[in-house]
Design a protein around this ligand. Structure first.
Ligand code: AMP
Ligand code: GLY
Length: 432
């Protein structure tokens, strides 16, 4: 089968690596791909948000399946456009992707279906929002832009001044465009991501994970797309998993179907394990990045079989198996990320022997010379904020984390930055 993967980050590299293992995938294509993906798939210069371009590419290569990975094309309706032309896809329709596309919709949906989440109110007028925040007078308070905002639409305001600045930038200066905001209660507790395959009726969760969103060690600095992940999350006990399945995952899948938004693909549950029980912080309509780089390497079932079962709505028939191991992913980023950074620096060490349990996923990389391979002679240069995700699998989390950092130590590029404490806090907390 010919499979086309839409996207070009570390997550898409992990998806392509999983699909490469399938004996039934005869041709793997990716658009736009990246330096690493080009060593395992044919890459095409079509942007992930170019819906017409992607449909044309699918026609040109006669794709049997298209795996739409990133949020933007899903929210814009790429799956609908491809399906309308007769292509089989993996990913939710535009209608179902609204669960990520609008935070106000997601909050109203959770309220309607009794799914535990932070208390909230929605506003379109800055004065109304500020009057509400002042009258509640509880800080920190969380202010969220309704639509997609490149991961920068959430502000945890420590006081009224920060809250005012956030509300004004979103509703008066319209930093992300013309939309509404959600003001919500600030929750506290460990954060856990659960990715789940679903065909809209049956849901099969993958191993849990914990991302590290802040740029610097000890959770300091600005929020990023994610600087590293451990899986499984030590906070997510089997009892917690049962409770989340009963109170959050099942009601979400059933609720979406009930409101005419049947979700097919991978649904991302961003959870906070509070003293009052697990609550949803956010839904994403897709695989997480870098969560996918820790979870998919543990997958033993053929990803193409899962795609087919989801598409044909017979996920209940499939037994999805993951290795009973742990994984850790450390992101190497360009110095300055998530702010301004320079690109084009050669990456050295990619041709080192990392062993069978370690994989270097490329995120923002480019090949200096497209005819060279990404693994032969290190011709890759930096080309984005998050450059590489180095994942190691081990029998325990400490083993996986140690192996990931050993591999990170072999790779270098100018101005590289990575967190030195991935997994540390989680391991300390569970010990006590
Ligand atoms: P999001 O873009 O929705 O993933 O939010 C980014 C980050 O903001 C989350 O990973 C949390 O760390 C934080 N956050 C979002 N909502 C809340 C909340 N209600 N309480 C505390 N932290 C939150
Ligand atoms: N790692 C967070 C996300 O994918 O949204």
């Amino acid at each position: 089968m010919k499979v086309l993967v839409v996207g070009g980050g570390g997550r898409e590299h992990a998806v392509c690596a999983a699909l490469c293992k399938s004996p039934r995938v005869s041709e793997l294509h990716a658009a736009p791909g990246n330096g690493g993906i080009s060593s395992i798939a044919q890459i095409h210069d079509v942007s992930a948000t170019d819906i017409c371009g992607m449909v044309k590419l699918a026609e040109q290569i006669k794709a049997d399946y298209v795996f739409v990975t990133p949020d933007d094309p899903l929210i814009m309706g790429m799956v609908d456009a491809l399906e309308a032309k007769g292509f089989k896809t993996f990913g939710p329709s535009k209608n179902a992707a609204l669960i990520e596309g609008s935070k106000a919709f997601a909050k109203a949906f959770m309220e309607q279906h009794n799914i535990p989440t932070a208390r909230h109110k929605t506003f379109s007028c800055a004065d109304d929002a500020l009057n509400y925040i002042e009258s509640e007078n509880v800080f920190p308070v969380v202010i969220k832009y309704d639509g997609p905002a490149l991961g920068k639409g959430v502000v945890v305001a420590a006081d009224l001044a920060q809250a005012k600045a956030a509300v004004n930038s979103m509703l008066v200066d319209k930093k992300f465009g013309d939309s509404i905001i959600v003001v919500e209660e600030c929750l506290s507790g460990p954060e856990v991501t659960v990715l789940a395959f679903t065909d809209g009726k049956t849901v099969k969760p993958m191993p849990s994970s914990t991302d590290h969103k802040r740029a610097f060690d000890h959770d300091e600095g600005p929020n990023t797309g994610g600087m590293g992940v451990i899986s499984p999350s030590p906070f997510y006990t089997p009892e917690m998993a049962d409770c989340v399945m009963r109170d959050i995952i099942k009601p979400t899948i059933e609720g979406l179907r009930a409101v005419g938004r049947k979700f097919k693909g991978c649904l991302y549950f961003g959870l906070m394990l509070t003293d009052e029980g697990p609550k949803v912080i956010e839904y994403n309509c897709r695989f997480g990045d870098p969560e996918t780089q820790t979870v998919l390497p543990l997958l033993e079932t053929d990803l193409l079989d899962i795609m087919e079962a989801v598409h044909e709505e017979r996920l209940h028939e499939l037994d999805i198996v993951f290795k009973d191991s742990c994984a850790a992913c450390v992101v190497m980023a360009s110095g300055g990320y998530p702010g301004a950074y320079e690109v084009g620096f050669p990456i050295s060490g990619l041709d080192e022997d990392f062993g069978v349990s370690t994989t270097v996923y490329h995120a923002g990389t480019k090949l200096e010379n497209a005819t060279q391979s990404a693994t032969g002679g290190s011709p890759a240069v930096t080309g984005g904020g998050r450059v590489l995700g180095i994942t190691a699998i081990g029998d325990s989390l400490p083993c996986a984390i140690k192996a990931a950092y050993q591999a990170v130590g072999k790779i270098s590029f100018k101005n590289s930055h990575y967190r030195k404490d991935i997994g540390e806090k989680a391991l300390l907390c569970v010990k006590h």
